[in-house]
Structure formats: structure tokens, C-alpha cells
Design a protein. Structure first.
Length: 286
């Protein structure tokens, strides 16, 4: 059985964007869609007996949000297998648990009740930092979300997480039938000022990029791969690349931070807050 694409819904506009994106994504991969809504009403009001006619308003709202998400998904693609459910836990726990049996988790960039001017909702950020499966945060312009550019971008570096991101990006490009731009940023060492030294360094980076892509190229020779190296800070290079991309893929650059658990690395963090297109964060095991 194919693992579903799991979508966190909460009735917000951003959540609706996530449902639309997930439906299109699932159709590309031939996957079912599972919509989940987290609700803690049972913890506060208790479970009513089956004969009770006055159901708690929070229960009614939760069921309506889940049902509306399912209806939206089915209207967008009537042939897709879609299910929806309300789960009694906080949103982060619901998504992380659902992600254990999923192709990927999909969230909006801001949830219901988030501050309007915030760049990224706390649930999406926490899930991206902790999930064991790929997490896609649906953000950016409408054309980017709808796949108008025919282009997936993957950021490549020398980390173990980058290899998983490359594999995921090749699968995405193949499923979508679009080009894959593999981008590696580089910086010339501070003590090297000549053009010759810079060219030597760039050639070294280009050779590394070719090597990093070799296995995936052999596995997916049909993918239109366009590798390139760009001088500059990685977060800036990838942000620029997101402007005309349908999806940008990065490894789950996670770091331990004191006693507060996992935190995302700078490049991933910047993209989740500012990318012009949806962002896929891929852990090492994906």
C-alpha cells in the first residue's frame, strides 16, 4: 500500500493552500491524501455519551474543518483517494505521529490564530525541525505553488542530509516531468584574491557537485538535470533560485541547541521564512 501524503489542516487560508498543493502533488505520485486536524476539546470537556444531542462547539468546529478540507480536495481532484480525521492531541504531536506512516507531511506557512505579520507559524517550524519524514511548507506566490515554472531546485552541499535531499528532488522532478536545477553555493577563501585562484576553487566545487549527483543521475537518467555553482552565501543563492521555482528542496540541516532540542540550520531557517516557493525539508533517512 502506498503511504499517504499527510496534510495538516486548521481552516486557515494557508491551510487551504496546503490542501490544494498536496492534492496536485499526490496526483503526480499516485498517492492517497490524508487530512488531519488536531483538537484538544476532549481533554477540556470530556467525551460526551453517544446519546448527547448538544455536542461541544469545539468538536463541531473540528469536524467541520476536517470535512471542509476533504470536500476541497475532492473538488480539486475527484479521482483522488482522500480521507480526513480529527485527532485528539496538539498539532505538533499529531503531525509528527502521522508523519511516521507518510510519504511526506504538508503544512501551510501560517496557522489559524497566528499573528498576521509572522513569517512562519510555530507549528510548521517545529514540525520541520523534528519530523522523521520529508516536510513541505507551502508558501510563496500563486504561480510558484501551482507549478507554473516547470523547475525544481535542490541545494547541494557536503552534508549527509544533502544526499537525501538530492534523491528526493530527483523523484520530484521525475514525477512532475520538469527540470531539476542542482545548485551549490561557494565562497572563495578570504586569502585568495586572484581570478585564477577563484577559477581553481570553482572547478573544485563543480567536480564535487558532479560527484554528489552521480548516483541519482544513474538512477534517473530521464530527468533534465541542470547543475550549477554560484558564488555567494548559500541562503542568498537559494533564495534567489526560489523566485522562479515550483519547489526548493534542502536537507534537514538540524543542530542541537543547548537543552532546548533540535533547531534548524541557518539556510533551512531562512528558506522556510522567506522562500518565494514551497520548501521541502528532507531528513537524512528519507
Amino acid at each position: 500500500m502506498d503511504l499517504p501524503l499527510v496534510v495538516g489542516v486548521d481552516g486557515s487560508a494557508s491551510s487551504c493552500d496546503a490542501v490544494d498543493w498536496a492534492v496536485d502533488e499526490a496526483a503526480c505520485h499516485g498517492l492517497p491524501v490524508r487530512l488531519v486536524y488536531a483538537s484538544l476539546w476532549e481533554h477540556y470537556e470530556g467525551v460526551r455519551p453517544p446519546s448527547a444531542s448538544d455536542r461541544p462547539s469545539e468538536q463541531v468546529m473540528a469536524e467541520n474543518i476536517a470535512a471542509a478540507g476533504v470536500e476541497r480536495a475532492r473538488l480539486r481532484n475527484p479521482e483522488l483517494k482522500v480521507s480526513g480525521e480529527v485527532l485528539p492531541d496538539d498539532a505538533v504531536s499529531v503531525l509528527l505521529n502521522a508523519g511516521l506512516e507518510s510519504f511526506a507531511l504538508v503544512t501551510g506557512s501560517r496557522g489559524r490564530g497566528e499573528i498576521a505579520g509572522s513569517l512562519l507559524g510555530s507549528v510548521s517550524l517545529t514540525v520541520a525541525a523534528r519530523a522523521l519524514c520529508p516536510v513541505v511548507v507551502v508558501r510563496g506566490g500563486e504561480r510558484n505553488r501551482q507549478g507554473a515554472f516547470g523547475r525544481v531546485v535542490v541545494g547541494v552541499d557536503d552534508s549527509p542530509e544533502s544526499r537525501a535531499a538530492v534523491r528526493f528532488a530527483f523523484r520530484e522532478a521525475r514525477a512532475r516531468g520538469c527540470a531539476l536545477h542542482a545548485v551549490q553555493a561557494w565562497r572563495r577563501p578570504a586569502h585568495e584574491h586572484t581570478d585564477t585562484a577563484a577559477r581553481t576553487h570553482e572547478e573544485r566545487v563543480s567536480a564535487f557537485l558532479a560527484d554528489a549527483l552521480r548516483d541519482a543521475v544513474r538512477e534517473h537518467p530521464e530527468v533534465d538535470l541542470q547543475p550549477r555553482t554560484v558564488e555567494g552565501p548559500a541562503h542568498r543563492v537559494l533564495l534567489d533560485a526560489s523566485a522562479d521555482a515550483d519547489l526548493i528542496v534542502v536537507g534537514a540541516e538540524r543542530r542541537r541547541h543547548g537543552h532546548s532540542g533540535l533547531h534548524l540550520g541557518r539556510v533551512t531557517h531562512v528558506l522556510l521564512h522567506h522562500s518565494a516557493c514551497p520548501v521541502a525539508v528532507v531528513p537524512r533517512r528519507a
